[in-house]
Design a binder for this molecule. Structure first.
Ligand code: ADP
Ligand code: ZN
Ligand code: MG
Length: 279
């Protein structure tokens, strides 16, 4: 079998994944998403072999995975998983449907209605773009004046697809959040520690290994199931009282900044998962 790896940039992750697949006897063909122009038809793509979707662009990943599935390719993660995880409102909704514990959240479509709902719930709250990653534009809103400013920006800037506000309960974390990797099953995790309330490693948080307790592993697996995630990173928020909730799920697992700290062999585990699912 050949595995097709679709990428935006061949980062450390993509190189390590390709190496791990080759070490297991797979041929690996890499495809830049920018060069793919795919007919919208059932016509088979390439040799019909499995596809690892590693595009960094949500737009490209979502369309390409949908198209390739119609063509009969086995895409990891699935188009449904990507479409759900790429949109934080849809992720939250899928988690709510599956009764996974989450911070309360709402979406709204107009400034006054959103600000009124925030005031009713009480500050602080968090608002973030439904499409986005690496902690970009995640904002903590401590009071009504910031809320008005944030909401007017949300609804007066950007295009139609930006005109939805996602507002979430602010969780007072104990200086870190948690990430559990689910590669078929929970395989380990990391704690991301930061002085700042935004704990992305892309924003300078320090990754540490943490021994995932059974309860966190089960919660992450339940969350992954809720979005149809086979190879995902599930982000958990812990309150100072020790209550644990699911914040978001990442469908394109990144590990370049953390693998040396966690020691979790993610490329090998992912390659093993690909091999198992193709049996
Ligand atoms: P991204 O996809 O950009 O990583 P997240 O929703 O994961 O977006 O938010 C980035 C970080 O911001 C989280 O890892 C966490 O540290 C912090 N954060 C996000 N939402 C909340 C929240 N509701 N309460 C507390 N911290 C939050
Ligand atoms: Zn994310
Ligand atoms: Mg995150």
């Amino acid at each position: 079998h050949e595995v097709h790896l679709v990428y935006t940039r061949l980062r450390t992750e993509e190189r390590m994944l390709a190496d791990a697949l080759r070490a297991r006897g797979f041929g690996v063909r890499t495809h830049a998403d920018s060069e793919l122009v795919l007919p919208l038809s059932r016509e088979r793509w390439q040799d019909g072999g499995p596809v690892l979707m590693r595009s960094m662009s949500f737009t490209r990943a979502r369309y390409l995975s949908s198209i390739l599935e119609v063509k009969g390719s086995r895409v990891l993660n699935t188009a449904h998983c990507i479409a759900t995880c790429g949109d934080k409102a849809l992720t939250t909704l899928a988690l709510a449907r599956a009764e996974v514990p989450i911070p309360w959240a709402f979406v709204g479509f107009e400034e006054e209605a959103c600000v009124a709902q925030m005031q009713e719930r009480g500050f602080p709250v968090v608002t973030k773009p439904v499409l986005g990653s690496w902690g970009r534009m995640v904002a903590r809103v401590d009071g009504v004046h910031a809320a008005e400013g944030m909401m007017s920006m949300r609804f007066e800037m950007g295009g139609a697809q930006d005109h939805v506000a996602l507002v979430q309960q602010y969780i007072d974390k104990p200086g870190y959040d948690l990430r559990v990797y689910v590669i078929g099953k929970s395989v380990g995790g990391m704690r991301r520690r930061s002085e700042h309330w935004v704990t992305n490693t892309a924003r300078g948080a320090v990754p540490e290994r943490y021994e995932v307790p059974e309860s966190h592993a089960r919660l992450a697996e339940q969350a992954a199931r809720a979005v149809g995630g086979e190879m995902v990173a599930v982000d958990l928020l812990e309150t100072r009282a020790g209550e644990v909730m699911v914040n978001e799920i990442n469908h394109c697992v990144e590990f370049a900044r953390s693998i040396e700290f966690t020691g979790i062999p993610l490329p090998e585990l992912m390659a093993d998962y690909v091999r198992e699912t193709l049996r």
